[in-house]
Ligand binder design. Structure first.
Ligand code: KG4
Length: 339
């Protein structure tokens, strides 16, 4: 029998709905919220209100684009956490209502697991190879920087995580210092293409094991600007591309250093990347080069599956459905949630 799942993602500032049928993505609709741009970051209360406005039209579009009807859906998967509580509440409540109304099962999904499973999101025309188990996943999003060993779709072990800022935060906070609009990651990526990555040396952390730290880099960036601005008030504008290129290459070097250590220690020859920062062109290229140099298979998600999206929630929901891992209706969203 064919299995069709509706996936819903509302953990931060993107309302998204997707349909997966027998492991194949039929639609993935993302409504981004523009309201936060003027504040330089996501405003939680505004995010939940926008989710409430967006959720019904987004789900409706996902169902229509998939060429199915609501009656064809066998289960609803939703992001339970981690994320902004008010935002998660909208997706969770909608999923419960939909499941109750249609008398179908409800499936909770961990947002971080979802990001990793985005590597398995495929529409009919996608031909790229799927990751082989076990693989190492570098999960880099706005709030997380983690190294995982993924043994199966729902069997992931966290080997290292950030002890302070995440890689995405390092991009966003340094962008904010340079007065670039939120989120800063994509703009730094764009400017970095025109700059010299070796122009400025920033501090790199020295942390044991597989953990990451990015707050020292942020401080080093801030101090560099403070010193240079005393000499030239237009320092940031005059050196924007070099600043972006040097910052980006430092972040990539920190990420790749710990990844390489885990590859060496485990002997695992398959490596994937996931999360919003995996859209970064420098990081994607660094991974491709690394794979060629060390003869390791590299898996990189399509751009639409890097930042928050419901396709990844639908993939997780599909494998949970196959394993009969359903949730009861008294489930509550969680702002913090382990892997
Ligand atoms: O995964 P995501 O959408 O949100 C979380 O679940 O946290 O990740 C958002 C993060 C932001 O920090 C954003 O600046 C970053 O991903 N990002 C990028 C790029 N595109 C998005 N960072 C660097 N380069 C990019 N091209």
């Amino acid at each position: 029998m064919s299995v069709t799942i509706l996936g819903i993602e509302s953990s931060c500032d993107d309302t998204s709905a997707a349909i997966i049928r027998d492991g194949v993505i039929l639609s993935n609709v993302i409504s981004s919220q523009k309201v936060h741009e003027q504040y330089g970051g996501v405003v939680p209360e505004l995010a939940s209100r926008a989710h409430q406005q967006n959720i019904i039209p987004t789900v409706d579009t996902a169902i229509k684009r998939a060429g199915i009807t609501a009656e064809d859906i066998n289960a609803v998967a939703f992001t339970r956490g981690p994320g902004l509580l008010g935002s998660l509440l909208v997706g969770t409540s909608f999923a419960k209502g939909f499941a109750l109304g249609r008398n179908i099962p409800l499936i909770e999904v961990n947002h971080l697991q979802g990001h990793v499973l985005a590597l398995f999101a495929r529409s009919v025309e996608d031909q790229q190879p799927l990751p082989q188990f076990p693989f190492i996943c570098l999960l880099v999003s706005g709030g997380n920087s983690q190294l995982l060993v993924v043994r199966d779709y729902l069997d992931m072990q966290m080997m290292g995580t950030t002890i302070d800022d995440a890689a995405g935060e390092a991009f966003d906070k340094c962008a904010k210092i340079m007065e670039l609009p939120y989120p800063g990651g994509p703009l730094i990526d764009k400017n970095a293409k025109l700059g010299n990555p070796d122009a400025i040396k920033f501090a790199k952390p020295n942390i044991e094991g597989y953990n990451y730290s990015f707050s020292g880099l942020k401080t080093s960036f801030l101090y560099h600007l403070r010193d240079q601005l005393k000499l030239n008030p237009n320092y940031v504008q005059d050196n924007m591309n070099d600043l972006c290129a040097s910052l980006q290459s430092t972040i990539i070097s920190i990420l790749m250093g710990k990844l390489h250590k885990l590859v060496k220690d485990t002997g695992i020859r398959h490596v994937g990347v996931a999360g919003g920062v995996s859209a970064n062109s420098g990081l994607r290229q660094a991974l491709i080069d690394y794979g060629q140099k060390h003869n390791i298979d590299i898996y990189i998600p399509k751009f639409e599956y890097t930042t928050d999206n419901a396709a990844m929630v639908a993939v997780a929901g599909y494998y949970k459905y196959l394993g009969n891992q359903f949730t009861t209706h008294d489930v509550a969203p969680l702002a913090r949630m382990e892997m």
